[in-house]
Design a protein around this ligand. Structure first.
Ligand code: GLN
Length: 545
């Protein structure tokens, strides 16, 4: 099989939704019966986003194979069925790392190592390894045309067009057409400049995707077409939408998928979009509203909890409910004012996180949820804190803690496990206090067996599940007996029963903490069972009081 490649670049400014546009195009091409894969090329120097501050860069998205990737891969997986991993996200840092490693090894046989051809060849190889993986590979180049650091990527894809040929490659450029209120007009100049910039590096876009607040009139389209030397029907309006899941339908109305297959000289069936249409009907006609309090640290920047917000939305849609999230910063809101905010919530969620900031506020929220029978969902750090709160307040261990925040606690209910069998790599893993930082996280998809009488089993409807992890600390098995005797149910364990993956309170209407991040696997067309069940529990509480 020979894969055809679509390259997506961005112009004018960042945050135009290139990732979303690539994902939505993927969805449309899948709906035409084509198989799809996607890849993100990021110009920054970090080798991967794993070490980047979520405040700056947004969430780190984790794939089944344990890659810590750009959040755009989350969009790709939510919109398509592409199975993504290490091969689908490259940064400049990773590319250079591999070039420099080869240089040190002597692979270049004494030659001078240069951006062209050595770095560009490395990029081309990263792209071309996807050949054969699907009918179409959509390659998104991060950053904006004109950025110095993006140049090697742009040069590489320019060369690839020559290597692959016209019918096997396609350039889509995402630009911005601002509406200037004072003039009452849409302005095409930024788009013209951006395309000029792109052409000066040797790339002639085939399709322009124009982000705008208004619909582009035929005359604006023909103006853009004329100045940018792109066919008029290949100037596509990408108008702002209320709900991001409407984008595939909008793009289809604008003829994007039709133009793409035409450019690539492919024959496919018309897309079957009923699932997306039904989804939008459910989104647009909710029958309920559910209020969820999200108590966390990175609440000021929504992008830090991207997948989580989407998963809650999916869980809402599955229950025909609009989910309204109250983001509560646990460092700022405490005590009575926290309680006041929580009183308005139908469900309380404590998400993942690292470090000791904001922990007491999160524990207060968990305690409130437990005592007041408010549905509670704890994810990763949220699960660990639920165990700590339970140990302190119910199991009679007032000093219980995690060694992450309290290294000398007498009751380390959450700790670094010295040795455990790792299902993903089929190796014994070892940890101690000196291996805390760096590459010692449990990353990627791990199996988990559910207890048949648990709420988790009720939600999933199956005994074995695979979920994605990103953490260092684990439930301490020395406390199994005392915690279960006090009423905590260990409802999900690794198949060898060594690792505790899910805890629940059977006496509570819905109180569940999971060591993994279920949000990474939720999709609008396949909402995650735990999010669906959590929102359902919140809705039931709301309707019952
Ligand atoms: N900080 C915790 C750990 O490392 C939880 C991590 C998370 O929530 N992703 O185990």
């Amino acid at each position: 099989m020979r894969t055809k490649f679509i390259f997506v670049t961005g112009g004018v400014l960042s945050s135009l939704g290139k990732g979303l546009a690539s994902a939505a195009l993927g969805a449309l091409l899948e709906a035409r019966g084509l198989s799809i894969t996607l890849q993100k090329l990021d110009p920054y120097i970090n080798v991967d986003p794993g070490t980047m501050n979520p405040f700056q860069h947004g969430e780190v998205f984790v794939t089944d194979d344990g890659a810590e990737t750009d959040l755009d891969l989350g969009h790709y997986e939510r919109y398509t069925h592409a199975k993504l991993g290490q091969r689908h996200n490259y940064t400049s840092g990773r590319i250079y790392h591999s070039v420099i490693t080869k240089e040190r090894r002597g692979d270049y046989l004494g030659g001078t190592v240069q951006v062209i051809p050595h770095v560009t060849d490395e990029i081309k190889q990263a792209v071309l390894q996807l050949d054969g993986e699907a009918d179409i590979a959509i390659i998104e180049i991060g950053g904006t045309i004109g950025d110095i650091e993006g140049l090697p990527f742009i040069e590489a894809i320019r060369q690839l067009r020559g290597d692959l040929g016209r019918e096997n490659s396609l350039f889509i450029h995402v630009t911005y057409v601002p509406f200037i209120k004072a003039a009452g007009e849409l302005k095409t100049k930024p788009t013209q400049h951006s395309v000029k910039e792109l052409r000066s590096i040797g790339i002639h876009p085939d399709i322009l995707l124009c982000r705008t607040e208004m619909t582009l009139s035929p005359s604006i389209k023909s103006k853009i077409a004329l100045f940018c030397d792109v066919k008029e029907d290949r100037v596509i309006t990408a108008r702002d939408v209320d709900c991001i899941y409407e984008v595939p339908l909008r793009f289809h109305k604008e003829g994007l998928d039709e133009r793409v297959v035409e450019c690539l000289n492919m024959w496919t069936r018309a897309p079957v979009l009923t699932a997306w249409e039904d989804l939008m009907t459910r989104v647009n006609e909710p029958q309920h509203t559910v209020n969820i309090a999200m108590v966390g640290k990175y609440v000021n920047l929504r992008e830090s909890y991207k997948s989580l917000n989407e998963a809650l939305f999916h869980g809402g849609v599955a229950n025909r409910a609009e989910v309204v999230i109250d983001f509560i910063n646990s460092e700022e809101v405490r005590g009575e004012s926290l309680e006041e905010r929580l009183q308005k919530a139908d469900g309380i969620l404590v998400p993942g996180g690292f470090g000791s900031r904001g922990i007491p506020g999160k524990l207060e929220a968990i305690s409130y949820a437990r005592r007041n029978n408010v549905p509670f969902f704890g994810i990763c750090l949220g699960m660990q804190l639920a165990v700590i709160e339970f140990a302190r307040d119910v199991a009679g261990l007032p000093l219980a803690d995690s060694t992450e925040f309290s290294p000398s606690t007498p009751d380390p209910v959450i700790f670094l496990m010295k040795e455990w069998y790792d299902y993903r790599t089929d190796k014994i893993q070892r940890r101690d206090e000196s291996s805390q930082m760096g590459g010692t996280m449990r990353l990627g998809a791990y199996p988990c067996r559910l207890r048949p009488e648990s709420k988790a089993f009720q939600a999933y409807g199956q005994e074995e599940i695979f979920e994605r992890h990103r953490h260092r600390y684990e439930f301490n098995n020395s406390y199994r007996d005392v915690l279960t005797a006090a009423g905590l149910m260990l409802s999900g364990l690794s198949p060898n029963e060594e690792l505790v993956e899910i805890v629940e309170l059977p006496e509570h209407p819905w109180f569940l903490g999971c060591q993994f991040h279920p949000e990474f696997k939720s999709r609008p067309l396949e909402p995650h069972p735990l999010f669906k069940a959590f929102i359902q529990a919140a809705l039931e509480r709301k309707l019952s009081i």
